[in-house]
Design a protein around this ligand. Sequence first.
Ligand code: TNX
Length: 512
Amino acid sequence: RLIFFFILAITLNSCKPEVQPTWALVPYPNAIEATDGVFSFEKGIAITFSDPSLQGLSEFYAKRFSELGIGVEAKARQTIDLQLTKGDTLKPQAYRLEIGKKKISVTASHPQGLFYGLMTLWQQLNLSGKQVIACGEITDTPRFDYRGFMLDESRHFFGKAKVKQYIDLMAGFKLNTFHWHLTDQTGWRIEIKGFPKLTTVGGQGNYSDREAPAAYYTQEDIKEVVAYAAERFITVIPEIDMPGHATAANMAYPEFSGGGSEKHPDFTFDPGNEATYGYLTSILREVAGLFPSDYIHLGGDEVHFGNDQWHHNAGIKALMTRENLENLVEVEYYFMRRMTDSLKAIGKHLAGWDEIVASGVDKQTSMIYWWRHDKVDKLEAALKAGYKTVLCPRRPLYFDFVQHDSLKNGRRWEGFNPLKDVYQYPDSTHQFTKDDLKLIAGLQANLWTERLATEDWIDFMTFPRLIAMAEAAWTDQAHKDWSRFDATLPKLFAFLDSKGIYYFNETDTVHQ
Ligand code: TNX
């Protein structure tokens, strides 16, 4: 009996208290080592740094910590020291966090890495609801460089305040790219000074209400959002969809319309009209001036919906003869190559949906967004050709799809997109080779808003799935753990409650 207790005592002792529950972190870091003791924020902290370029970053976090009731002084016994290392092996987004009892050191090779290191601390405080955190060392680097979210504001317009709220939440979970779908059939949402009717006429109406007054972002609004995102190390990639999904623009300037089909009238720009290229290039020049991003997304999707009238277009016929193009798909590709040249002249690279894979656009600089999950051959073709590729397959990364069988408002297509599928992507679906992984930039969730008219609805479709995607994009396959993530959900829900975000909770009994 005595021996039994002796063995039990030894066993209990060797199973030191579980470390994991004290780290309330999403995305979960790729290496954590706990040490004894705690660091307390209770008596206030100082944020110290020697590199003057870190002033803005330290002020950003001084504000964040103050919001949590923590005193941030110039001098305090407890310090968070920010270090930028030169010539370190740390990648720009990586960070090292050494949490001692009196001092925390955050080290990175780039301010973005420091931003994530500090975000880890902020999140630990936020999700634990305490001002005391465990000591330890975290060395962390994202699995994928690109971690994105796309919002469609053409079908419904949500406005600056909502977009900033999402950008802030994205930053909280270390996402770094906001893909802003600003133009489509329903509405043109970005002011272009050279063509004012794009917004005053093309900005009218939304998917629920064709009579709604024009809603759009002025160039000042855009600059404000881009700066807000930049402060959070989020790149904003604008999408100006072409040659399809152009109906709103064509309402404003019908002279550049290539027509459409019965179901999708005026769906395309006219590739057979030389003036179209100049028109679109001047639009893109203004867009380029507003977004520091290397890429502008030119869509390129679903052109077949609207090219019925291309068969009868004399300009297109002449173009085909002149350029030796055999069919309308080649016309589409020709258009994309021309517009890529325009982008190049403006100093930007092309991003586009997977329809453009075979177009022959520059493989060194263009980026493909693979969305047609049922066409894996398009993904394979993109990788084989050597294109940098973002994975945003409709299943499971389209958030206009419902996330539970009990839900009615939202899409389904051979199934739907539950939280767990989002979390387990891409490992559940693909086995990528090392060479593939060199080309895969990362993951992105897309929120199309045909059926989502209100802020509550977009929240409900986005959360908590976006947080699951954030972990799928950051945390290595070996460190992903669905049950750990699932167990963190109550904390995440409390956090979302504190931000006034409406979300889907599978354990609720009543939905919608
Ligand atoms: C396809 S994804 C589209 C969008 C729709 C979406 C709805 C893509 C490149 N085009 O225009 O909104 O499906 O799920």
